[in-house]
Design a binder for this molecule. Structure first.
Ligand code: NAD
Length: 249
């Protein structure tokens, strides 16, 4: 029997990047998957694509209800949809703060709130939130994004405490720099994208960017029905970016 046989999973932002790799890995291991995304037509083949804007409560409530009905229940929620934000506190007006926090932080609360009644009926319920090393790293020019991911990590711990007695585990995965369309767009906006990519790779202790599949495997470990004892955990998948102190080559 495959690890995820019979598991019903919902992945937000599953049409691209980390979410897409996660949806595909879940299906490969036997799960049935609903992808909640602004681009449901881009959901991976075999999944149920559902239109959802995590920034909007009515959209989330309706999309989670559709997912639960299509899957016949819910065991795993991967709160992965998120957006980037550049700059210092001086660069971002209030409306930009509110826009990003609404998606990256309140979006997770909204989807989880809508999913909890179904998760309570599951034998092995888990929520995994996609956080970032920005939550704890002190990255320049990422004030708003870092604050949003710091909140995701705190929210993960608080939710883990609130729901552990209901049998619902809550963890987060903290990726470093992942080779997804998002990072591709950032590189494409540089004057010399190839040189920028090479510089980015050289900054990684492993010499390579993290792959979306690397992060998907970590999410599958945290969400696994075989993993009953891991909750409130933040798992870094960062190629050693945060923990290692290497001498220059
Ligand atoms: P991506 O841009 O490739 O994919 C993001 C997906 O989320 C897209 O399918 C998009 O349509 C969807 N989405 C965006 N806003 C949405 C909304 N309001 N409602 C529903 N869906 C929405 O991005 P990615 O690189 O795969 O990033 C996914 C997550 O990983 C994000 O939370 C991001 O903060 C986090 N992350 C990424 C990196 C990285 O280097 N790429 C590093 C650390 C953390």
């Amino acid at each position: 029997m495959a690890e995820y046989d019979g598991v019903r999973a919902l992945v937000t932002g599953g049409a691209s990047g980390i979410g897409r790799a996660t949806a595909l890995a879940l299906m490969e291991r036997g799960a049935t998957v609903a992808v909640l995304d602004l681009q449901p037509d881009q959901a991976p083949p075999g999944s149920v694509g559902v239109l959802c804007d995590v920034a909007d409560a009515a959209s989330v409530d309706s999309a989670v209800a559709t997912a639960v009905s299509e899957l016949g229940g819910l065991d795993v929620v991967v709160n992965n949809a998120g957006i980037g934000a550049q700059g210092t506190v001086a660069d971002n007006p209030d409306d930009e703060w509110l826009r990003v926090l609404n998606i990256n932080v309140i979006g997770i609360a909204r989807v989880s709130r809508a999913a909890l009644p179904s998760l309570r009926d599951s034998e092995h319920a888990a929520i995994v939130n996609t956080c970032s090393i920005a939550a704890t790293a002190g990255l320049p020019q990422r004030a708003l994004y870092s604050a949003s991911k710091g909140a995701v990590q705190s929210l993960t711990l608080a939710m883990a405490a609130d729901h552990v007695r209901e049998g619902i585990r809550v963890c987060c995965v903290n990726p470093g720099t992942v080779d997804t369309p998002w990072v591709g767009r950032l590189l494409d906006s540089a004057a010399d994208p190839a040189a920028e990519r090479a510089a980015l790779e050289a900054r990684q202790p492993t010499g390579r960017l993290v792959s979306a599949d690397d992060v998907a495997r970590a999410i599958l470990y945290l969400a696994s029905p075989l993993n009953a004892s891991t909750t409130g955990t933040a798992l870094a998948v960062d190629g050693g970016m945060q923990g290692l102190r290497l001498r220059p080559r």
